[in-house]
Design a binder for this molecule. Sequence first.
Ligand SMILES: C[S@@+](CC[C@H](N)C(=O)[O-])C[C@H]1O[C@@H](n2cnc3c(N)ncnc32)[C@H](O)[C@@H]1O
Length: 443
Amino acid sequence: MWSQYLRIRERNGVVAVFHELHPDPIYCSSEQWQCLVSEVTEGTQMLISDLKQHKLIVESLDDDRREFDRVASDLEYKLDQPTILYLMTAQGCNFGCGYCPVPETAKKHGASLLSVEDAIAGIELWQKHLKDVYDSNLQYFVIFYGGEPLLNKETIKASLACLKMKKEMGDLPPNINLMIATNGILADDETIVMCKEYDVMVAVGLDGPKSTNDALRVDSDGNGTFDRTVASIKRLVQNNIRTFVSTSITPFNIDQISEYSSFFSELGIEKFGFNFLKGRMLLRLVGADGVEDYYREASHGVIENARRQSRPGFEYQMEKKQVAFDRRDFYPVDCTCYGNQLVIQPDGQISNCPFYKSWLGHVRNMSDGFRIWNQPIVKEWRKRLPLYHSGEAKAVSGGGCAWSSIELKGDLLAIDDSSQIFSEEVLNELIWSRYDRLKTQAP
Ligand SMILES: C[S@@+](CC[C@H](N)C(=O)[O-])C[C@H]1O[C@@H](n2cnc3c(N)ncnc32)[C@H](O)[C@@H]1O
């Protein structure tokens, strides 16, 4: 019998048949497919054997259930890995970007700085998490975040020294990557020395060429920031610091992003990643009626940029899904708030998301047994993961952003349309670009 997870796509006389839980398409002609569906003939025997191997033809629905359970258990394993420690060293920011909720949050909760003691307590709590579930095949990250993290260099430095010491003493594993996510303009000589000494990577926010960047990325006095940001990126690159760019897709650059790989490669950075806008700030910029168009246009732009780029994998959002698809390692983690990250907020409060204050307790008052993946909020947020809902692109979707769903729809379990639309478009792209590649390789 057919698996209930069998899905097809058809284009120009070719059918791609794939399993919704782990799409590894089998291609055949539309004619062959029609033959198979209407009656089994000699010529379709090979196709049938392929379909069985891919679990698209099953003995009974029990086979489907077993497959679902296997995929669900793989997913839970992935989500129970605290791959990221976010140290939010500053709540405030020296920028006032037109899409960023941080300045408002700082006004509401105060522009606190993370203390050295709270940062160290965060590292120690993370260390306990790793002791339980450390996997040497994975990469782990400590990310300094904000607000603007470089407003609090003292805590960054002390944290880096602590992490180094713990690594040297064998209390933390070697495969920990360090990163500062910054707007860049406070990256002075002292920062460069610090990045070199501790082997820290830097991700800088930049939304494209000057006029598009400066339309929304302004400092707290309202001045454009492009020139200062680019000068800083160039200095980091010249100093051999691994430098990345995070670029938000805004109404001002959405029609240009398909050219961004070529724009950013000229800056000498290692990679960049597109960022779909989230939450109420997106509503303010595009209005309720403009949200779906924004997601579609942004998805097309990201895909088109990947098609045009000369450096494969240079843009992170597409790379992530392409790699997962090619390695058959589905469910690329999208948002890491489903248990993959421990966030220490600037006031020392623990959260599962940097943008959402979940008030899980103060980092210095936590019991020994606290683990982020066991928190009720994390369990609740996991209910929104695509695996548990209908949707044909679930295997390449990481589930999107619960915080955005709360802000846009008032319901944390509501589908994040941005993630769903992007995943659907990307799945089609991955299926047909693989077909085109196979066709050109065929003798
Ligand atoms: C909050 S900032 C913190 C780091 C640093 N101050 C910076 O400017 O990059 C980190 C990233 O969040 C992005 N961001 C801000 N507001 C956002 C929103 N509403 N939706 C999605 N991303 C957003 C920014 O573009 C930036 O790349």
